[in-house]
Design a protein around this ligand. Structure first.
Ligand code: RB5
Length: 150
């Protein structure tokens, strides 16, 4: 599995910790920025990561901003993206089991480094449950198709 990662300035520190965790777990990741602590706009980084996942070029992504809200709003505008803001372990697990989330979003100003690492590990290692949830995901796809602009 390859994971695309991105953050704004409020999430850059936690992103570095997560990249180092992914490295330890021998999971390939591609960093779409930002690099430093200079103030940037989260939509630019959410777009970069969401685009490659929406296009099917990379399977999953992780986005981090201050609260996780901005990244979630942007990511969920892309077709096929199921971005889940998970600042706790239960949500991280359920977002995979029930929602087959393909982007994990974390609030870098909310979650500490150790919890964030556990959230990432849980999210990576939990599989989609399928069954009744498949129908619900296909309803999401139907809505997407219905409201898509020509
Ligand atoms: C940046 O100050 C902050 O607004 C951003 O990281 C995020 O929390 C937005 O939702």
């Amino acid at each position: 599995m390859t994971i695309a990662v991105g953050s704004d300035h409020a999430g850059v520190e936690l992103k570095r910790d997560i990249i180092s965790l992914l490295h330890d777990l021998q999971i390939k990741c591609i960093d779409y920025g930002t690099e430093g602590s200079e103030s940037v706009d989260y939509p630019d980084y959410a777009e970069k990561v969401s685009e490659v996942i929406s296009a099917g070029k990379i399977e999953r992504g992780i986005l981090i901003c201050g609260t996780g809200i901005g990244m979630s709003i942007v990511a969920n505008k892309f077709p096929g993206i199921r971005a889940s803001l998970c600042n706790d372990l239960f949500t991280a697990k359920m977002s995979r089991l029930h929602n087959d989330a393909n982007i994990l979003v974390i609030g870098g100003r909310i979650v500490g480094k150790d919890l964030a690492k556990e959230i990432v590990k849980t999210w990576i290692s939990t599989s989609f449950e399928g069954e009744r949830h498949c129908m619900r995901l296909s309803k999401i796809k139907q809505i997407e198709d219905r409201i898509a602009k020509p």
